[in-house]
Design a protein around this ligand. Sequence first.
Ligand code: TXD
Length: 327
Amino acid sequence: MTSTSFSPPTCSGPRVAVIGAGRVGSTLAQRIAEKNIADVVLLDILAGMPQGIALDLMEARGVERHDRQITGTNDYKDTAGCDIVVITAGLPRKPGMSRDDLIKTNAKIVVEATKNAVANSPDAIFIVVTNPLDVMTFLAWQASGLPGRRVIGMAGVLDSARFQTFIAMELGLSVQDINALVLGDHGKLMVPVPRYCTVGGIPITDLMDAATIERLVERTRNGGTEIVELMQTGSAYFAPASSVALMVEAILLNQSRLVTAAAYLEGEYGLRDLFLGVPCRLGCRGVEKVLELPLTENEQTAFKASAESVRQNIDRAKELIASASES
Ligand code: TXD
């Protein structure tokens, strides 16, 4: 009789650890698996929760027709050897809160999560999602001990996607033909740049009047808050998860994509030693190059103000961490 049993596979494809299996984390796991990009290890502090979500996602595989492995765990050892670590652990905003109100709670969570994750996946590229994004990316970088270009914050892809959506809705055109650019921090000082936004290659400044563009810019700046106020029970997660999946795919498939992300600046735009949303080439080495765009005086002023507010929040976070470790 011929044998009908197989031994378990001994090799695995790329693996992504997602720290925090909440709304963004679990939706991201679904996107990564269903797009067939990588296996996913979901980790959370809540006992049983990531295991349950992973099992649910595994049970969808027969219908979705993919073979990616999704596992859930509360133990960082199970994340060993991942190619990418995504940090989504932390609290989301409640109505009336700004992203900066989350600094104290999330700083502690992000630093601890990063230290544990990097100890198990020292060769990984880190993508930070937790808010306030630009500050948490800085803290994760510091805690990781990794080179700056291997730690990246996700915000620009999402903010640009929101701007694209509003432009498409206003013009009654497919979002597929629209490219938008949003620089700076992931907060109220973010800098959408209409001059560099195009529809089928045509700058939007040729298609809409200044007042309309300003209205869409304001809606983009307020994009996250608009959703928090509507939901009342958490913050956006579908578009954020899609945005992280795009970055994961760009890195694992070495796509050399030009996206906006919070990158470590080493003199670009006259700034250093902070993370801020800039256009960069994303590939297998993480941020492979930061593109320095010519900016008008007004754009430069807005970009500098955004950088200044991130700098102040980093200092605030450092003080909070120092006083917490003293007490
Ligand atoms: O553009 C962006 N960067 C963002 C950022 C877009 C959307 C959401 N953004 C932020 O991501 C949001 O403000 C939060 O700070 C994070 C996660 O948002 P999410 O909506 O996923 O929050 P949830 O559903 O509350 O999930 C957070 C999970 C939850 O399951 C906790 O149990 C877990 O994080 N958590 C932890 N996991 C591991 N380790 C520790 N210490 C920990 N603490 C909480």
